[in-house]
Design a protein around this ligand. Sequence first.
Ligand code: GRF
Length: 217
Amino acid sequence: MKQMAVFASGSGSNFESLVKFWQDSAEAAVRLLICDQPGAYCLQRAESLGIPSFVGQPRQHGGKVAYEAWILQILQEQQIDFVVLAGYMRLVGPQLLAAYPERIVNIHPALLPSFPGKHAVEQALASGVQVSGVTIHVVDAGMDTGPILYQEAVPVSSSDGPADLQARIARVEHRAYPRVVAAYLAGDVVLEGRRAIWQPEALGCVQEGRKEHAPCS
Ligand code: GRF
């Protein structure tokens, strides 16, 4: 049984989709939420879903190093194997990266390497692209620079405002993110350098939204 922690800063709709995907699974479970924003809606979702949450900010701990040491202690006490970032608005520092090498993933609401960082949806609209999308990647020390596990295109309409495009992207995120994480945990997608090599059946699970838990077979 793989034990996962989710890190979030905001609404937590991806957090909720991840928790629900593994409810009743023997393969994996979301065990806890780390949140850096007191009052964020993800904390209410955690309470409703019965998932323990831990709230902290670097300034309460005297800086980022101590903040991440606090997080790492929680992860180790709870025997967490894998970390899923879901709208977590901070760069992950060297201690956590070293403790979880290639065991931290992130989702970004654009087709990287276009539009990294904050306000990706607004950046895409401002640039006039007709296709944007979702990227799920392994986390490294950079800002949205790690090896890409999965991308999916999302069309942009000329009448879209940020909320329209965000909602279309969110529907893809909620289908794809748990299934890509499941495939990665199961070894159905592996990295060769920066390139992701997929088992076709597992990729089909992601694209078609089939409900199988990992391994997709
Ligand atoms: C998602 O669009 C995700 O791609 C980005 O932040 C947003 C989080 O949304 N990293 P939510 O908090 O999961 O609803």
